[in-house]
Design a binder for this molecule. Structure first.
Ligand code: PMV
Length: 332
């Protein structure tokens, strides 16, 4: 009997964490809460075609029109893990066609946009089957932790915290931003080749990290400060927290049981220059994800002025102009 295929299309952005998720427990739950800004211009578009009622599971995965075996294996693992709760998924043929507006595996969270876009499509399929009983954010979390935050905007909070009402380890919720003016993120592409260590390896290092306890305490303190900065619209205090988090993330990598480092000399040069810009009176702060690329966070109104300044100093630098944006959503 031939079945008609189901078709879905989703658009979902990347996000940049102000408080970093680093280390896991249980089933992809975070050892500490994290908070992020959802982006506007760095996003993934994903189309999913599903043929249900098949004998077994089959996944064809295309990135920018090309079959990609590495991602295909990760996606099969992900769908099979969802299949434990939703066995219907073990009897489908999936065709996944996906593209990003930015380079993948370079420290811009393509796994966040990619898995959140895929979770939106799979969630819609499960809903059409009448069996969805999880939030899409929690489905996305099982693919990549940070992906659960891309489904909330403009600011997302994930992880249990007494400081944030309704927060949970299962899914992301909106972080209140009463008084903060609109924010910008200028992403400087200092290295676009694949990074040497995946986030997954970094998360594992936290299991036996000598500073694990200290890390969890530091985040607790910063969440209090973050709440206060957002409620007062105090961008300078937010900037301080953002930089502390970026430096601590990379310090944790360097002090891991198996140390590694992802910053490049260009990252450090730009970090130094951002300090100079601040001395010159511009409110600009850096953050880093698990990679060498640098995210420069400022108020949206200062974005063009800052780009001009950085280009004066580093004329050949490549960057993506971004800002706080809309959460991932279905298009079809
Ligand atoms: O979601 P993952 O497993 O790719 O981990 C993301 C980790 C960081 O990007 C470094 C921090 C974060 O909270 O996004």
């Amino acid at each position: 009997m031939s079945q008609h295929p189901f078709y879905y299309k989703a658009k979902s952005p990347s996000n940049i964490a102000f408080i970093k998720y680093w280390g896991k427990k249980n089933t992809q739950e975070p050892i500490n809460p994290s908070m992020s800004m959802t982006l506007e211009n760095c996003y993934t578009l994903t189309e999913l075609t599903v043929l249900a009622g098949q004998e077994d599971i089959k996944v064809d995965f295309f990135l920018d029109g090309m079959m990609n075996e590495k991602f295909q294996l990760r996606v099969i693992k992900y769908i099979k893990s969802l299949g434990e709760k939703y066995p219907v998924l073990n009897h489908c043929h999936f065709k996944i066609e996906t593209s990003n507006t930015f380079p993948h595996s370079s420290g811009i969270a393509s796994s966040a946009s990619g898995f959140s876009a895929l979770a939106l499509c799979l969630g819609a399929f499960l809903k059409d089957q009448g069996i969805l009983n999880d939030s899409v954010s929690s489905l996305a979390r099982l693919g990549s932790g940070s992906a659960c935050r891309s489904l909330v905007s403009p600011f997302a909070f994930w992880g249990n915290s007494d400081e944030v009402i309704g927060s949970s380890d299962e899914e992301a919720i909106e972080f209140p931003c009463e008084a903060m003016p609109e924010l910008s993120d200028i992403i400087f592409l200092l290295e676009t080749k694949e990074k040497s260590h995946s986030s997954s390896l970094g998360h594992e290092e936290m299991n036996f990290h000598p500073y694990k306890k200290v890390r969890i305490e530091q985040v607790k303190r910063r969440i209090k400060e973050l709440k206060s900065a957002f409620s007062k619209g105090d961008f300078s205090s937010l900037g301080k927290i953002i930089e502390e988090e970026a430096l601590e993330l990379h310090a944790l990598m360097m002090t891991s049981p198996h140390p590694f480092w992802l910053m490049s000399p260009e990252t450090l040069n730009l970090m130094n220059y951002i300090k100079e810009l601040r001395i010159g009176g511009l409110d600009a702060f850096f953050t880093l994800d698990a990679g060498a690329n640098l995210h420069l966070i400022s108020l949206k109104k200062d974005q063009d002025k800052i780009i001009e300044k950085v280009k004066e100093k580093f004329p050949a630098i490549n960057f993506i102009k971004d800002s706080q944006g809309q959460a991932g959503h279905l298009l079809v």
